[in-house]
Ligand binder design. Structure first.
Ligand code: HAM
Length: 418
């Protein structure tokens, strides 16, 4: 019996891998343009890190975390998200003491035992940034701007930025009470998850995907009416800076985000063509998280998105992922002597970062030319008996079919020029 790939995971096959490289490089580039530096944390962490930060009553902790015990009985988890590990690392490595290390970006696989569907997987690749150390609303706007510029850089323009402020613990007291009062009369109509949420974390009722719960939530009180003056000023500030940066947005008071560490600003970039899994990027402020994980009372904000949803959208919209790295040169040679000459040239090209290929294991010229066509080489260099005698090479453009004779001495120069 053949062994199959685990459900909810996928292979990135060679013909698609250039698309992933393109997305990674584009995100790295825009992050560096804003002076973010890369951080890489382990793929597994102590499970307690997520339980304490993401929140016991969140879907991620309740249902989706891949938890396991090691040989010494320690409980670890495959990371379901990147923010908690980065804050852990920030505290553990005293990154607040190092110049320039509070602006961090990351790319890597995350794991959630989700119900797999288009745009939602059990292993998925997140890109994200974390900006730790400031509670200035300018930073919120700049973080959002980076997300927007990234999407635009890829050629996407069918998305909408939605923002909200979910306030702080102080605002939540009254708001949670108002939500409980609103939802209580509808308790029997709510799904079983929401009935539990009503007791533990009523804000999460606003996030439920079940249609009947969504319908009830439509007229729920808005958190914006419960913000204290500090949170209101902050939210006004974020909007002011977004406008100054020419970033258009809509306010959606229903954005609560599924993770417990959020405070104040929460935002999502929604792609209109994606269907159910339409959040390209989600993020927000987490002003209590650093302290909660053992650090000082330092604010933070960031976002993350999944490459899979970007890829789907870009494919739907027929956007470019740049060029595949097809060989520029394909070397064809007849006879042992010609092969030696070909091998020398190939090594020279490869040392100079010119992608070159050959099929010397095939003896006939016809078979070698067929191989050159199959791998989409741009040019073919052909060395037959006559070329060996004359110390020349046939230089053939595979697209136009044009060919010229170039001396062996001059061929490297000729190829490098293209
Ligand atoms: P999140 O909303 O859980 O936030 O995930 C962020 C993004 O990751 C989603 O908007 C989506 O694009 C992608 N994503 C999440 N789950 C899956 C999945 N199962 N399959 C495919 N893509 C998925 C966080 O993870 C926060 N750490 C974001 C953040 C950073 N907040 C502040 N800093």
């Amino acid at each position: 019996m053949s062994v199959k790939i685990p459900r909810g995971t996928f292979d990135i096959l060679p013909e698609d891998s250039y698309k992933w490289t393109f997305l990674k490089k584009s995100f790295e580039q825009i992050s560096r343009n804003f002076n973010y530096r890369e951080i890489t944390t382990p793929i597994f962490e102590n499970a307690g890190l997520f339980e304490r930060s993401v929140g016991d009553s969140s879907d991620i902790i309740e249902k989706e975390m891949y938890k396991f015990q090691d040989k010494k009985g320690r409980i670890f988890a495959l990371r379901p998200e990147g923010t908690a590990p980065i804050v852990r690392s920030y505290v553990e490595n005293n990154l607040n003491m190092a110049a320039n290390s509070s602006k961090l970006y990351y790319i890597g696989p995350m794991f959630r035992y989700d119900r797999p569907q288009k745009g939602r997987y059990r292993q998925f690749y997140q890109y994200g940034i974390e900006n730790i150390g400031s509670d200035d609303p300018y930073i919120d706007a700049e973080v959002i701007l980076l997300g927007k510029m990234f999407l635009e850089k890829l050629g996407l323009n069918n998305f909408e930025l939605q923002i909200n402020s979910i306030g702080c613990a102080n605002c939540s007291k009254d708001y949670d009470r108002a939500l409980q009062e609103y939802f209580l009369p509808h308790k029997q109509e709510l799904c079983s998850d929401c009935r539990k949420r009503l007791e533990i974390n009523p804000k999460r009722l606003l996030d439920c995907k079940v249609l009947s719960c969504k319908e009830i939530a439509k007229n729920a009180p808005s958190n914006l009416d419960f913000l204290d003056s500090d949170c209101r000023d902050h939210f006004d500030g974020v909007q002011k800076y977004l406008k100054m940066m020419d970033v258009s947005f809509v306010i959606n008071p229903k954005i609560v985000r599924g993770l417990d560490y959020y405070t104040k600003t929460a935002f999502e970039f929604i792609e209109n063509s994606l269907g159910a899994q339409n959040t390209l990027i989600g993020g927000g402020r987490y002003d209590g998280l650093v302290q909660q994980l053992g650090g000082k009372n330092i604010s933070g904000i960031g976002f993350a998105g999944g490459f899979e949803r970007l890829l789907l959208t870009m494919e739907n919209e027929k956007l470019s992922f740049g060029e595949q790295n097809n060989p520029k040169i394909f070397m064809v040679a007849r006879g042992e002597e010609a092969k030696i000459s070909g091998i020398n040239l190939l090594s020279k090209f490869r040392r100079e970062n010119i992608t070159s290929e050959t099929a010397f294991e095939k003896s006939s010229m016809k078979a070698q030319m067929k191989a050159a066509n199959r791998c989409n080489a741009r040019f073919c260099l052909i060395i037959g008996e006559e070329e060996m005698r004359n110390k020349t090479v046939v230089f053939k453009n595979m697209e136009s079919g044009n060919q010229e004779i170039v001396s062996v001495e001059a061929i490297f120069e000729r190829v490098s020029k293209i």
